[in-house]
Design a protein around this ligand. Structure first.
Ligand code: SAH
Length: 194
């Protein structure tokens, strides 16, 4: 019963994620890119994140694999997982609104790219990555299987730690001094902490 509820909450979260992302993905296709840091590694990391955050839980739901790593969820894990999922969706929506046409799925600079330093970005440089950590954390609590639950955290970790330095180097090269000053007064993921 509790297992069905937590998996159902996870599925609703995934549908809401698609609905929030879709219009931005559509608009981004039409906006000109002036420079980028796309690479084979970046492609692999993005595919890995999709596999860890979406594919692994879906395979587990449809086939039960790997069933020997199932465990019983508790009301506390379901409640914290749901709170993290709601936090993720709110943050994900707000970051898309604030980043606007400057958003890209990968590392890209668009024509007339504006450096955003207000709203969520006034305290942290990577609120969207904060939202991804929340998403992966909620998955680990809502999907009661050690494998399908934890693949999201592993893949988000890989994507984040391999990407964040390259993204900041690209933005430093593009915006110069204003980005360096912005880096000095902000943290990466959690205001005042990290
Ligand atoms: N790392 C950010 C944005 C993720 S989307 C976050 O976690 O919220 C990735 C794109 O956002 C990159 O291609 C980069 O060009 C752009 N970007 C990142 N920070 C930005 C900022 N402060 N202002 C404008 N664009 C930014």
């Amino acid at each position: 019963m509790l297992e069905n509820l937590s998996v159902w909450i996870w599925c609703c979260g995934i549908l809401a994620w698609c609905a929030i992302r879709y219009p931005h993905q559509r608009r981004a296709r039409k906006l000109k890119i002036t420079s980028h840091r796309r690479s084979k590694e970046e492609q692999l990391l993005l595919s890995g994140a999709a596999a860890g955050l979406v594919l692994a839980p879906i395979v587990w739901m449809l086939s039960g694999w790997p069933s020997r790593w199932n465990y019983q969820p508790t009301p506390i894990t379901t409640a914290i997982g749901t709170a993290c999922m709601l936090g993720f969706l709110w943050l994900f929506y707000a970051v898309h609104q604030q980043l606007g046409r400057n958003w890209s799925i990968t590392l890209e600079i668009r024509e007339d790219h504006q450096l955003v330093t207000s709203g969520l970005f006034s305290r942290i440089r990577h609120p969207m990555y904060t939202s991804f950590w929340l998403w992966a954390f909620s998955q680990s609590l809502l999907i009661p299987n050690w494998f399908a639950g934890l693949t999201g955290l592993v893949m988000v970790g890989l994507l984040y730690f391999r990407r964040v330095h390259r993204e900041e180097a690209m933005l430093r090269e593009t915006f110069g001094r204003p980005y360096e000053d912005y880096m000095r007064r902000t943290k990466r993921l959690v205001p005042w902490i990290i």
